[in-house]
Design a protein around this ligand. Sequence first.
Ligand code: G3I
Length: 355
Amino acid sequence: MLTRRLFLEMAGAAATLRASFAAVPDEGLRAIAARRGILYGCAAATYELKDSTFAAALAQEAAILSAEYEMKRAAIEPVRGSYDFSGGDGLLAFARAHGMSFRGHTLVWHHSNPPWLEDALQSADAEAFLTNYIAAVAGHYEGRVTSWDVVNEVLQPQDGRADGLRNSFWLKRFGPEYIDLAFHTARSAAPHAMLVYNDWGCELGAPDNDRFRAATLKFLDDALARGVPIHALGMQGHLSAFGTQVDQKKLSAFLEAVRRMGLKILVTEHDVDDSGGPLDVAVRDRAVADASRRFLDVMLDNPATIAVLTWGLSDRFIDPPGWRDRLAGRYPRMLPLDSDCARKPMWRAMAKAFA
Ligand code: G3I
C-alpha cells in the first residue's frame, strides 16, 4: 500500500525529473549544447556588435566566439611590421564580458593577407615573415585564445600534387615545410592553446569529398608522424540545402578515423547555403534545418567533437545577393536566427541535435 509520504516523495521526484527535461523556454544554444559538453558559438564581426538587438542575441546563444575577419593578417598587419590588435581585442573583450571562450582564426591563410606580403616573401629572410608574425600574434593572445586555426585551407587535391596540398604562394615559397614550421612556432608562442588544422571539403558525399577526406587523413597522419603539434581538426561545415548532401555513413567513418589519431574535432564555420531552392521561405528554412540536423547528428555522435560554431548567428549580416535575387525578394537564410534575430527551424534543428 502506498503510504501518503511515499506517494508525495514519488510525485516530487517526477516533477523534478520533468523540470530537468523541460527546456527552459528562452535558454540559448549555448546552454543546450553545454548539457552535452559541447561548446556552441559563432563567428562575429566588430560592426555586428554595434547592433544592440544582435549583441543581446549573441550573448544569449553563444559560448564561444571567433573573429570573422579581425584576426586575419590583412586586419592585423596592414603595414609591414606594425600590428593592430584592436579588432581582435574588441571581440575578445565582448567574449570575456559574456563568459565566452575565444578562438583564433587564422594565423596562416592564402586569402586576406596585406598587399605587401607576397613581395616580402621574395626576400632572403622570408621565413621571418612567417614565424615572426605567428609568434607576435599567438603571443599577444596567449592565455586568452583557447584554440587557433594555425593554418587554414592548405589542402586542394585538385591542384594535382601527390600530397594533396594547395599550390599557394606559401607552398611555392617554402615547400610543404611551412605547415610544420607554422605549427611548431604557434606551439612555442601559445603553449596553452589547442592547435587546429582548419579546412572545408570533408563534409559532403560527392567523389571530390571522398578524395578530400582521403587527402586530409593522409595529411594528418603524416604530420603527426613527423611530430607536428596538431591537436584538432577544424571542419568548416559549409553545407548546401539544395546541392550535394552529407553522406552520413562516409562522414561517420571519416570522423572515427580522425578520432583514432587522438585528435579532437571542431565544427568551425557551419552554415547552410539555401541558394538554388524555391522562393518559398518555409520550404527553404525546412531544407536548411534538415541539412544542418543530418550533419550535426553525425558530428555530435563522435565523442571527439568538442565545439560547433556557425559562421555568423543571424541572417541580418549576410552579404545581400545579386540584383535578380533582391528583385525576387530572395535573401540568404543560412543561419540559426533570421534577420530580426528570431529563431528559425535551423535553430530548433540545432537545439535538437545538441539535446
Ligand atoms: O576590412 C574591413 C574593415 O576595415 C571594415 O571595418 C569592415 C566593416 O565593413 O569590413 C572589412 O572588410 C571586409 C570584411 O569581410 C567584412 O566582414 C574584408 O575586406 C573582407 O575581406 C572580409 O571578407 C571575409 C573573408 O573571409 C576574408 O577574410 C568574410 O567576411 C568572411 O565571411 C570570410 O570567411 C571565410 C573564412 O575566414 C574561411 N573559410 C571560408 C569563409 C567564407 O569565405
